[in-house]
Design a protein around this ligand. Structure first.
Ligand code: PEP
Ligand code: MN
Length: 352
């Protein structure tokens, strides 16, 4: 992909309310954020899960964003979900656009947006799709890039999960890391507001994002968060944003200290050895799995035996608990190991 750098500072900061609610709200919020942030955000059209909730003021609020731009000099960004939104935003001189999580999931909409943008190389930020499908995320970026949009960035806003979670959207940090591995020139902005759904977690999530070397943050701010018309629990005041930013610890990316380099090399060496052992042990485990499959084939027994799987899961979690390892981590790892055991066995039983 042809990605041009347009983010010139780190962390790149985008902030403003979830939704544009009134002209005064936008102007006053923007004035309190001026000097602290790089881009002012506000949702003009809001994709809401349920009908009859506040769905944004619509195109009228584009004029308020124009006014913010004129009076504060801040760059402005909003969400575009259709080709019509793109057209209205471009006519209103909106500087940048973001594509929301509910739009990234739909290749038809993304294609339509990309076509509406062709020939106008403004920065576009693509939020991750609601569910953890990295191909869909990359696909959306590619559709835009194919239409000549080169000032691209991704926004990590977490993923829907059926499991109980402290977060509104599970961060699943491994996914943005994998995105970076695929597209190393692509800046990634973290959106702790939509990940957390709860203002108490925003500081920690922002810190993790910076520790993972992400390029910036998008944080929702509201002058009176408790009176916000959308996302009421996850907005903070511009003043609290300032405190939050002051509390972030920025770590060095380049190691200069020779002593530290040596210590890290030794520790990493140990990890490399352990990882090599894990891979060898997994191979030994696979050999037993194959023997079991041969036996099951001979005696005509089903591959999957529920009680055995429950027993594996609970004994490994118990062991983890006893030695102070996170049992959830062990359960996740064994789910994967088990998935591949079943694949190995079914190959043998189908005589592949
Ligand atoms: C938003 O940023 O206000 C928004 C609707 O985000 P998402 O698409 O991540 O839900
Ligand atoms: Mn929001």
């Amino acid at each position: 992909m042809d990605i041009k750098k347009f983010i010139d500072k780190k962390p790149y900061l985008i902030s403003g309310p979830c939704s544009a609610e009134s002209e005064d709200q936008l102007l006053n919020t923007a004035k309190s954020l001026k000097g602290k942030i790089d881009v002012f955000r506000a949702g003009v059209w809001k994709p809401r899960t349920k009908p009859n909730s506040f769905e944004g003021v619509g195109k009228e609020s584009l004029f308020w964003l124009q006014k913010v731009k004129k009076e504060t000099g801040l760059k402005v960004i909003t969400e575009a979900a259709t080709a019509k939104h793109v057209e209205l935003c471009l006519n209103a001189g909106i500087d940048m656009l973001w594509i929301g999580a509910r739009t990234t999931v739909n290749p038809f909409y993304v294609q339509e947006i990309a076509e509406a943008l062709s020939g106008v190389d403004i920065p576009v930020f693509v939020k991750n799709p609601i569910h953890p499908d990295i191909s869909l995320w990359i696909g959306a970026l590619e559709r835009l890039n194919n239409k000549g949009i080169t000032k691209l960035s991704a926004i990590h806003r977490g993923f829907f999960t059926y499991e109980s979670s402290a977060f509104r959207n599970e961060p699943k940090w491994e996914i943005p890391i994998e995105l970076k591995r695929n597209l190393s020139d692509l800046p990634i902005i973290c959106d702790p507001s939509h990940i957390s759904g709860n203002k108490k977690l925003i500081q920690d999530i922002s810190q993790t994002a910076m520790d993972l070397n992400m390029d910036g943050l998008m944080i929702e701010t509201h002058l009176q968060p408790e009176r916000a018309l959308s996302d009421v629990h996850q907005q903070i005041t511009p003043n609290d944003l300032e405190i939050l930013l002051d509390n972030i610890i920025y770590r060095k990316q380049i190691l200069e200290d020779q002593d530290l380099i040596l210590k890290l090399t030794i520790l990493r060496d140990n990890i490399d050895k352990i990882d090599a052992d894990i891979v060898n042990e997994l191979n030994s485990r696979k050999e037993f799995v194959e023997e079991i499959a041969e036996l099951k084939l001979k005696h005509n027994v089903t591959i999957f035996q529920l009680e055995r799987w429950f027993q594996i899961l609970s004994s490994r979690q118990k062991q983890a608990n006893e030695i102070g390892l996170d049992p959830k981590m062990i359960a996740d790892i064994f789910e994967l190991i088990h998935k591949y055991s079943i694949l190995t066995q079914s190959k043998i039983m189908r005589k592949l």
